[in-house]
Design a protein around this ligand. Structure first.
Ligand SMILES: NC(=O)C1=CN([C@@H]2O[C@H](COP(=O)(O)OP(=O)(O)OC[C@H]3O[C@@H](n4cnc5c(N)ncnc54)[C@H](O)[C@@H]3O)[C@@H](O)[C@H]2O)C=CC1
Ligand SMILES: O=CC(=O)O
Length: 347
């Protein structure tokens, strides 16, 4: 495409690994992370755009210029109007592999921390010499605890297999379609949401945010959770009805909440959710589940490799709309990508 100024534009500064992968191409990269809207003039002058977390709406996509492919440095794509992109002939691709592993590890760690009183124990330690410790803070075992997956895609399934290896189960799930691997290997059963919530001692929400899932988790569903249950949300805060978690947390002191994603991000200091932050029955984190240092570095590298592959072969690894051809084979395996990221980070 002779009329395009750049082969690839990024909205974040390049590190050494990314610039090596893109060497020889005409690349635009800003000094600091930029919003897509602010740099649309550059984006529409490029064939491929690698986007770290900035919203892309239909009004921008109507003026696509040279743009053929948006590669997201993320798994979720609720910040991009993928339908409008498809109508404009722009392919959108995401980066699920390494991020899935990071989210699943976070869930396992947070569930164990919740069940086994790691956070409550940490908070209680200054009172130990004076008061000893109350028996409830040493927690309950994971082994033999039922697990429910609300959304059973890559993340839900990876969480299930990791928790199964630690002895948790039985497993239940709710998703759009049946999940043969979960059913065959873990004997998981697909349940409708009310039954899923009432049977699951550990309930993991990894739903993507769409027009169908917005506000899906209502207070009435959360109230069905069994006594002492742990509710985890690593999907998107918008999949919960606004205020539902806060309302049920104030009614049910037996429940534990692990919340990595929130109705508004970053969470304003005066948000109702901040009230849960100091509770020994909640773990609140700033949307970090997928953001291990390796997964962030590997994701940027893989995005750059995918950009190069698209320019050379005309196909895409993880398309999320129908505007492009999927490659028959893909570059790096999960372990190779993690190893590359560790070399780059020196960790
Ligand atoms: N907290 C974090 O750091 C991260 C959060 N995420 C979030 O996790 C989400 C899920 O990621 P993956 O598991 O890779 O996605 P996926 O596409 O592999 O799986 C999504 C699952 O949700 C189900 N689903 C979607 N819409 C549904 C509906 N209306 N009713 C019932 N089930 C429905 C699908 O059937 C599927 O089982 C992402 O979209 C993103 O929002 C992803 C990565 C990191
Ligand atoms: O939330 C993070 C993502 O990759 O999606």
């Amino acid at each position: 495409m002779g009329g395009c100024r750049f082969d690839v534009a990024l909205n974040f500064p390049m590190d050494g690994g990314v610039s090596e992968v893109l060497s020889g191409l005409r690349v635009y990269s800003p000094q600091a992370r930029s919003s897509v809207r602010d740099m649309w003039g550059v984006v529409r002058s490029s064939r491929v755009f690698i986007n770290a977390f900035s919203p892309v709406d239909a009004s921008l996509l109507r003026d696509r210029g040279c743009l053929e492919l948006i590669i997201l440095a993320s798994t979720g794509y609720d910040h991009v109007d993928v339908g409008a992109a498809g109508e404009a002939g722009v392919c959108v691709a995401n980066q699920p592999e390494v991020i899935t592993e990071a989210v699943a590890e976070y869930v396992v760690g947070a569930v164990l921390a919740a069940l086994r009183g790691v956070v409550a124990g940490h908070i209680y330690t200054p009172r130990w010499a004076r008061e000893g410790w109350p028996s409830h803070i040493s927690g309950l075992l994971l082994r033999g605890r039922s697990v429910g997956l609300l959304g059973a895609g890559r993340i839900g399934q990876s969480v299930a297999f990791k928790l199964a290896a630690l002895g948790a189960g039985p497993f239940y799930y709710y998703s759009r379609g049946r999940k043969p691997a979960l059913e065959a290997v873990l004997g998981a059963r697909r349940l409708e949401p009310p039954e899923l919530f009432s049977r699951s001692y550990i309930l993991v929400n990894s739903l993507p945010l769409t027009s169908e899932t917005r506000g899906f988790v209502k207070a009435g569903l959360l109230r069905l959770l069994p006594r002492g249950a742990v509710y985890v949300n690593v999907g998107r805060g918008g999949t919960e009805e606004p205020g539902a978690v806060e309302a049920v947390a104030s009614e049910r002191e037996d429940l534990y909440f692990v919340l990595d994603v929130h109705p508004e991000e970053p969470l304003p200091p005066d948000s109702g959710r901040m009230g849960l932050h100091s509770s020994p029955r909640a773990i609140i984190t700033p949307h970090i589940a997928g953001a291990s240092r390796e997964s962030m570095a590997a994701t940027r590298l893989l995005a750059a490799m995918q950009a190069r592959d698209y320019l050379e072969r005309g196909c895409v690894w993880n398309p999320v709309n129908g505007a492009c051809r999927e490659c028959p084979s893909q570059r790096l395996g999960l372990d190779e990508a993690i190893a590359m990221a560790r070399r780059l980070l020196g960790v």
